[in-house]
Design a protein around this ligand. Structure first.
Ligand SMILES: Nc1ncnc2c1ncn2[C@@H]1O[C@H](COP(=O)(O)OP(=O)(O)OP(=O)(O)O)[C@@H](O)[C@H]1O
Length: 247
């Protein structure tokens, strides 16, 4: 691993999230082996790696979902290493899970409204109208139940719910997985809008080219370790990238 591209040695201005030496276990299975990750305010970071390399586990560890964990995690300098998921969420870290996470028996409107809360410093720049402007499909489906929506619409609703919390950081785990190409394009458009609005994002997606083209920095995991990281353009040009991604 080249020191020049080590994720921990990239200077971070105004860190939003900083994780050091993260380790995680599922029972006796040791999955993360000392991962460092830093995300600055407004920064888009891509998280890459083959199946089973620990991307979702890293995300779930940051969010406090993995009980057996070690290492230090801070959000805006506040230690959240032992925090519970709702405490992490309250600090402005929104999670769009792989399985979508919408309430099937509530309407689109209810799903959105119940998620609403002001952000850091009482920020309220993502009111319902702005979310509906961002996702015209959700406006059309406003009265439908979450469970009646297509997979793509549920994904939009899940991202819309995240925006209603006025997050500082949105974590998107496989947000385009299993969706039709047209919807995939729509989701990427919205990811671009979120980025442009100054909200930081951590993105896991199988389409590594899109991730690298649309992120500021990227980190590649292999067997629970960060083996490559740095500016996305440098990661894209790294001769080792192909072997780490199994291309
Ligand atoms: N709940 C769990 N219990 C036990 N082992 C798990 C659990 N979740 C994941 N693992 C194992 O942990 C390792 C890392 O999985 P993880 O889901 O973090 O990888 P990933 O990089 O996100 O891959 P994928 O793209 O397949 O989701 C794998 O070996 C996986 O089998």
């Amino acid at each position: 691993m080249s020191a020049a591209t080590h994720p921990t040695r990239t200077a971070i201005a105004e860190p939003l999230l900083e994780a050091r030496g993260l380790q995680a276990w599922y029972g006796s299975s040791h999955v993360l082996h000392g991962v460092d990750l830093a995300i600055a305010r407004g920064e888009t970071v891509g998280l890459l790696g083959r199946n089973g390399m620990g991307k979702s586990t890293l995300i779930r560890t940051l969010l406090g979902h993995v009980a057996q964990r070690e290492g230090r995690i801070a959000v805006f300098g506040r230690d959240i290493s032992r925090a519970r998921p709702h405490e992490v969420a309250r600090l402005g870290v929104a999670y769009v899970p792989e399985g979508r996470g919408v309430f099937p028996n509530l309407s689109v409107r209810e799903n959105l409204v119940m998620a609403a809360r002001p952000g850091r410093d009482e920020r309220r720049d993502w009111p319902l109208e702005r979310v509906l402007d961002t996702f015209p499909r959700l406006r059309e489906r406003f009265g439908h139940l979450g469970g009646q929506l297509s997979g793509g619409e549920q994904q939009m609703l899940s991202i819309g719910r995240a925006l209603m919390t006025h997050p500082e950081l949105v974590i998107l785990d496989e947000a385009t997985e299993g969706l039709a190409p047209k919807i995939v394009g729509e989701i990427w458009r919205v990811i671009g809008e979120i980025r442009a609005s100054g909200i930081a994002t951590l993105i896991v997606d199988r389409d590594y080219r899109k991730v690298l083209a649309r992120s500021d920095r990227a980190v590649v995991l292999q067997k629970g370790q960060a083996v490559l990281g740095g500016a996305s353009a440098a990661v894209a040009a790294d001769p080792l990238l192909g072997s780490f991604l199994g291309l």
